[in-house]
Design a protein around this ligand. Structure first.
Ligand SMILES: [Fe+2]
Length: 293
């Protein structure tokens, strides 16, 4: 059993929350593992991965008592040292139901849900603003994204900025487990970037995968291993270097049920989303801020 360090912890008021959290034996280069295939509506393809993408082993198991102890958040929670999971309010659930996001079949349907009901979309925006105020720590926050992933993809994140606007789902290249690098900053400054508030608007449980180390901790582990050549480590290559040198470091898998949110500092830790095992569309909404509670 591979030992996890104390790092980015988990907080939730959901009953028996840690019972459903899982851990695995680490990661591998994507070429070493058979990929899950998308078979959905008219889609039938094996997702493509970037050349140096790393994916998670599928040997998930429950956490040991020691692992729960090192993952359970303490009272010193803040927006970059803790991941939060919870249920959204009933008021928000009713608005999402009224907009019929759960009836979306294709990714392009998500924006149609909002276009056809302007009043409800405005109500959603205002209600979200009030709701997130309680998490915002009196810091600014903003809407980032609403959209969807196809079901049964191991690691969903893909950089679409290099693809034409009319690209197909099959054209996407999954980046594997990664850190989000919104702004060019240093490894040691990523904690300042804030975090994301992500809501599952779909019909099924999706997964948030993460390594419970801050980028600073990952950098220090590489420094110890690589010595002076650590100078070449930056925000763009740190994930590939880390998983190359520490393939046995476990990944944590958090189930995110319909209408649950997770809050995570995705610039500051290695992570990805997964629709592995799902059979329906994965719809989600994301805000950026410095959320905590
Ligand atoms: Fe990401």
């Amino acid at each position: 059993m591979n030992i996890i360090q104390n790092g980015i912890r988990l907080h939730s008021t959901i009953e028996n929350f840690f019972e459903e959290i899982q851990i695995n034996s680490g990661t591998t280069h994507h070429s070493n593992q058979e990929k899950s295939k998308v078979n959905y509506l008219d889609w039938s393809f094996v997702p493509q991965y970037e050349d140096d993408a790393y994916v998670v082993h599928r040997d998930w198991r429950k956490l040991s008592a020691t692992e729960i102890k090192s993952l359970r958040a303490t009272s010193n929670r803040n927006y970059y040292n803790t991941i939060y999971v919870g249920d959204i309010s009933d008021e928000l659930k009713e608005i999402f139901d009224a907009l019929k996001f759960k009836e979306c079949l294709q990714p392009k349907d998500v924006h149609e849900c909002m276009k056809r009901d302007h009043d409800m979309t405005l109500k959603l925006s205002n209600t979200m603003q009030t709701y997130l105020n309680d998490f915002a720590n009196e810091k600014p926050f903003h809407f980032h994204f609403i959209g969807a992933n196809l079901p049964n993809i191991d690691m969903v994140a893909a950089d679409n900025t290099m693809l034409p606007p009319d690209h197909q789902e099959e054209d996407k290249k999954c980046m594997g487990i990664h850190n989000d690098g919104a702004e060019p900053t240093s490894v040691h400054a990523t904690y300042k970037s804030g975090n994301r508030f992500t809501i599952n608007l779909g019909n099924e449980t999706r997964y948030f995968l993460y390594v419970n180390l801050s980028l600073t901790q990952a950098f220090n582990m590489l420094k110890e291993k690589l010595g002076i050549s650590v100078e070449h480590v930056d925000l763009y290559n740190i994930s590939k270097l880390f998983f190359k040198h520490f393939p046995d470091y476990p990944v944590i898998r958090i189930p995110q049920k319909p209408y649950q949110y997770y809050i995570a500092p995705t610039d500051h830790c290695f992570h990805d989303g997964s629709t592995y095992g799902m059979t329906t569309l994965d719809v989600l909404m994301i805000y950026f801020g410095k959320f905590q509670y």
